[in-house]
Design a protein around this ligand. Structure first.
Ligand code: PGA
Length: 256
């Protein structure tokens, strides 16, 4: 789908996964902060839960927004080990990542639990970054589009068009995450265009033109330009290359 008429602001998101202490998180953000005042994209950093207060404090009133890496759908209660959207919100988060493939793979996340988390995030006015993507086996079996539609329909069920416009989608082919094996820009563009088509079908073309779709999976300073040049790629969700200020900054500068 052509998106030339849309005005989606690019977004570069750092997914730190289980890396960095509170002190390391603060030091990173303090170093990044003065260098991104005039960034042409939205900047999001998702540290581990225990680093969120330090990260929020270090980001202060800068353009850097802090994100959770997950949330539980209940607001509070007897759920040992869980963190709610209300808690993330109160801690100063503006975004939350939902349904990352590592959570699907290691923590029994399903499209249904993704949907419950998504509804909870929207209720708390957190901007959800919902991850979808096929495994290598699924791609090689020619099931990429079937997997993406299933994840999209199941994960994003029951939203209004207005709610959908606030959602960010991250297309992360599982075989490209942490492997150094990036999808080619054309391959990624094809999946992004397919996902935008899913949004148009389930909602409408206006909504589809507004939703930001990030690419994730071994995004690095040396491959980001080719990805960002694609019509339907609106930014990145970055693991490895987001752990050093210099490489993350290079990605932020490429997102325009
Ligand atoms: P990667 O991780 O950039 O290290 O491949 C991306 C992600 O899992 O979000």
């Amino acid at each position: 789908m052509s998106t030339t008429e849309s005005s989606r602001r690019p977004l570069m998101a750092a997914n730190w996964k289980m890396h960095k202490t509170p002190a390391e998180s603060a030091a990173f953000i303090e170093q990044l902060r003065p260098q991104v005042n005039d960034a042409a994209c939205d900047i999001v950093v998702a540290p581990p839960f225990v680093c969120i207060p330090a990260a929020v404090h270090a980001a202060g009133d800068s353009v850097i927004a802090i994100s959770g890496q997950n949330l539980f759908w209940e607001t509070s209660g007897a759920y040992t080990g869980e963190v709610s959207g209300a808690m993330l919100q109160a801690a100063g988060c503006r975004y939350v990542i939902i349904g990352h493939s590592e959570r699907r793979q290691y923590f029994q996340e399903t499209d249904e639990t993704v949907n419950r988390r998504l509804q909870a995030a929207l209720k708390m006015a957190l901007i959800p970054i919902v991850c979808v993507g096929e495994t290598l086996q699924e791609r090689e079996a020619g099931q990429t589009e079937a997997v993406l539609s299933r994840q999209f329909e199941g994960g994003l069920r029951g939203l209004s068009a207005a709610e959908m416009q606030n959602v960010v989608i991250a297309y992360e082919p599982v075989w490209a995450i942490g492997t150094g094996r990036t999808a080619s820009p054309e391959m990624a563009q094809e999946a992004h265009a397919f996902l935008r088509g899913c949004i148009a079908r389930q909602f409408d073309t206006r909504t589809a033109a507004k939703v930001r779709i990030l690419y994730g999976g071994s995004v690095k300073p040396d491959n980001v330009a080719g990805l960002m040049a694609q019509a339907d790629i609106d930014g990145g969700l970055v693991g490895g290359a987001s752990l050093q200020v210099d490489s993350f900054l290079a990605l932020v500068k490429a997102a325009r």
